[in-house]
Design a binder for this molecule. Structure first.
Ligand code: C5P
Length: 232
């Protein structure tokens, strides 16, 4: 899979997501299904979107004891998604167990990506709530390195961190970056943003774009603009 735009389908019902995807007629954007839609509709929503011909990033961010994560990943692997994820803070042992669970009997598996520190966690909350006293950049890179050591395929990170992640973990280690906005668009609640073009220059492998596409007057045109700017 090469560089691509992943559309965050942050809807809470099947009807909404299908009404949105129907606008794309022949086109089949790579779709991110998050907790909201998955918990509302269950695994059948994954199968239905897959059956329509979309690639799927199932963003459920697993974090539990290694055995539970391993068994849950085996279930997700049967849904035949293209990418799924977990929290790197679950430890290397949890990540290794996840990979084992995700790997099918024929050796194939979806890509497995780690969340390092959530972008909603800042230095202050990390120090006070989690008692982690190191600089957040160092923590993010350490978690990325752990994920790479455990055999994972990449991390979700801010576009501003993508270059450093590649330098630390190798250029083939994937960076999936949210927080993307058009130069003339609304930032909304995202704090550190980049345009699709800047994300391309800095070496993001995938950008995750939600509202700039889902809330656009013409979502298909916004998606195509993203593709033009990011993929070229
Ligand atoms: O609408 P917007 O483009 O901000 O959506 C970004 C998507 O990426 C959302 O689904 C959001 O949950 C997700 N995300 C994020 N920041 C992270 C991890 C995931 O914005 N650090």
């Amino acid at each position: 899979m090469g560089r691509d735009v992943i559309v965050a389908c942050d809807f809470s019902s099947k009807e909404e997501v299908f009404a949105f995807l129907d606008k794309f007629s022949g086109k089949k954007p790579f779709v991110k299904i998050g907790m909201e839609l998955y918990y509302a509709e269950g695994p059948s929503i994954v199968k239905e979107i897959k059956a329509r011909g979309h690639k799927i990033f199932l963003d459920l961010k697993l974090h539990d004891i290694p055995n539970t994560v391993k068994k849950s990943m085996a279930v997700l692997s049967n849904l035949d998604v293209d990418i799924t994820n977990l929290h790197a803070s679950g430890t290397k042992r949890m990540m290794e167990a996840a990979l084992e669970g995700l790997t099918r009997p024929d050796g194939t598996r979806p890509l497995l990506i780690a969340v390092t520190q959530l972008t909603s966690t800042d230095q202050e909350s990390m120090e006070n709530d989690l008692l982690i006293k190191e600089p957040i950049d160092k923590v993010v890179m350490h978690y990325a390195k752990n994920a790479a050591d455990a055999g994972l395929d990449g991390v979700v990170c801010s576009p501003l961190e993508a270059e450093k992640v590649h330098n630390t973990c190798g250029k083939d280690f994937l960076t999936i970056t949210p927080g993307v906005r058009f130069a003339d668009g609304d930032i909304g609640d995202q704090k550190r943003v980049m345009t699709p073009e800047q994300a391309k220059l800095i070496g993001s492998d995938y950008i995750v774009v939600g509202r700039p596409i889902t809330a656009a007057a013409d979502p298909v045109a916004a998606y195509e603009r993203c593709l033009r700017e990011f993929v070229g």
